[in-house]
Design a protein around this ligand. Structure first.
Ligand code: 4NP
Length: 150
């Protein structure tokens, strides 16, 4: 599955890390990747503040490099998960006619959070990154619950 945000340096690498941690804890074998709708940060590592919050929560993401989502992603993944509503709108516009991937908004999978986006922490402080982490962990648990029930 693929997580998608705007820059692929804050929220989607955190979501990738959170689901990797959750999958490992539950013994689920998943292919997990992330990408951005924008092209500004291609080949950049995650934002330092995103690396720091992941580190504080026991997962290293410094090796990840940003990339832009492609039409091919819609054929290669089963599930594409948008981090916020704008990401979802942008992905709907990119989706090719022969897409096989299901497209969902992350927090639509979380009880009581339907329709909400994971707020962009890029122009915010460290506390915003903690909030992003909490949101992506909730989303990762919901995805793992859903896959565990298949
Ligand atoms: P992300 O955060 O979408 O969570 O990776 C952002 C990163 C960079 C920018 C915006 C959001 N930017 O405008 O460069």
């Amino acid at each position: 599955m693929l997580f998608v945000c705007l820059g692929n340096i804050c929220r989607s690498p955190l979501a990738e890390a959170a689901l990797r941690q959750e999958a490992e804890a539950r013994g689920l074998d998943l292919h997990i990747d992330s990408a951005g709708t924008g092209d500004w940060h291609i080949d950049h590592p995650p934002d330092r503040r995103a690396q720091a919050v992941a580190e504080r929560n026991g997962v290293a993401i410094g090796h990840l490099r940003a990339r832009q989502v492609t039409a091919q992603d819609f054929r290669e993944h089963d599930l594409i998960v948008a981090l916020d509503g704008q990401n979802l709108t942008d992905l709907e516009a990119l989706r090719p006619a022969d897409a096989s991937a299901e497209l969902v908004l992350l927090l639509d999978l979380v009880d009581g959070r339907s329709g909400q986006g994971v707020k962009d922490p890029y122009y915010e402080d460290d506390a915003a990154f903690d909030e992003s982490w909490a949101d992506v962990v909730a989303g990762a648990k919901a995805i793992a619950d859903r896959l565990g029930k298949r």
